[in-house]
Design a protein around this ligand. Structure first.
Ligand code: FES
Length: 163
């Protein structure tokens, strides 16, 4: 599978020490769980199981509670996400003007399916319903940057802009 595999994090990973500092900053207060998870996600890019377990242990909460909160809020991700998010519009106006070809080209070029992240963690590919600029169709966005009247031949130059 071409998606980024779940990380097995070393205990010596410096991000754990930074996470501990965050937890201490909140006085190990269980009611700071959401803030701690938010900062943990900033450090790791998502909330791996090991991170949730550590947060639970340090805040004195059941792991099931931390997992419940992590899965409840849409702002938390339990899987690695790409550094850059590509959205290809598949709304009617974009679809009829070549949105499908753009999506197919990106899937082949990046080696991922819809909703997947490239093995190097660089891009996440999404299909969107309508990006709200139908007059510019077909449209893709990368990290919110709009590329209007996009064509497959323009994709290499667009992707190159995002490390
Ligand atoms: S259909 Fe693509 S922006 Fe609306």
């Amino acid at each position: 599978m071409p998606v980024l595999p779940a990380e097995c994090l070393e205990e010596s990973d410096p991000r754990f020490a930074r996470l501990d500092e965050v937890i201490e900053r909140y006085g190990r207060n269980p009611s700071a769980l959401i803030q701690v998870l938010h900062e943990a996600q900033k450090l790791f890019g998502y909330l791996p199981e090991q991170v949730q377990m550590r947060v639970a242990r340090r805040l004195g909460l059941p792991v099931s509670h931390v997992f419940g909160v992590s899965t409840f809020y849409a702002l938390f991700s339990l899987r690695p996400v790409g550094r850059h998010r590509i959205q290809v519009c598949m709304g009617t106006a974009c679809y009829v003007k070549g949105g499908e070809q753009l999506l197919a080209d990106l899937q082949e070029r990046l080696g991922v399916g819809i909703g997947e992240t490239t093995a190097d963690g660089r891009f996440e590919l999404q299909a969107a319903r309508c990006l709200g600029c139908c007059g510019l169709s077909p449209v893709i966005t990368v990290d919110g940057d709009v590329y209007a009247e996009c064509k497959p031949r323009l994709l290499p130059a667009i992707l190159k802009k995002y490390d």
